[in-house]
Design a protein around this ligand. Sequence first.
Ligand code: IPD
Ligand code: CA
Length: 294
Amino acid sequence: MTTMTSDNDLTNFYETVEILARDAGKVIAEAINKEKKVSVKGIDWDLVTEYDRRVEETVITSLSAKFPSHKFIGEEDVAKEGKPPELTNDPTWIIDPIDGTTNFVHKFPHVCISIALVINKRVEIGIVYNPVIEQFFSAVRGRGAFLNGTRIRTSGVQDLSHALVGMEPWLAKDEKHTISVYSRAHFLIQRTHGIRSLGLAALSLCYVAMGAIEAYHIEGIDPWDVAAGQLIIEEAGGTVVDTTGGVLDLMNPKVIAACNREIAEQIVNLFKETDSITQKKISDFLPLINSNAQ
Ligand code: IPD
Ligand code: CA
């Protein structure tokens, strides 16, 4: 069954969540330079702190008190439950309490809270807030994208050779992705103005939205890393597609985010080219990577 939502409902949802995101931001900004209790979730590079859990719990408790029929997909809740989240047509808040937890642990000032409201499986509200350097990105579907209240638009660059592209090479730690990450990075370095890596997906997507980079690529992430940023990019005039060029699957995101369709298509085609070349060479590469893995 689909859910009916009015413009007034959306405004009410947005105004409520903006206050909560700003309050959460105060907690994150005050904590970043303090010592934290850091633990590992499953794999040794997936970190969590007491602040991730506290912020998520506060946001979910406040939203569910205000909107009791709404559902939630929160990163730390999902980690606790240990089963994959399910997205229905019901209004669902998708929350990453701290995106860039590794940055947060290391006091690297690129961290954010990311909150999206998804209704009928479509993102309607997106907020990404870096309280350390005071960047508050927001969008409500059909009303534009904003940074600290000022309208933002994606870059007008249409030629990949003039683009600056964000990506996250950390995925190379996973043997399934090692070759594609290094080869895609290699080709992006050779065929663009350069690559950048900030260590957090939600904020990097917003950097596409504000025109600071032309594109961003990442795989191996989760809905809470992408949902809010996807709407913010689309409302800023950009596009977010699956790495193969198809429609993005929010629940299993493999992302090419770009300032426009031309740049997205050029990256899709570049990856087709690099992946087919490296597939041929994969048997040469694997022994080398395995012998150097430790
Ligand atoms: C991580 C960041 C990072 C991305 C990882 C995410 P977290 O989120 O977004 O950029 O590469 O896949 O898990 O753990 O800091 O919330
Ligand atoms: Ca997180």
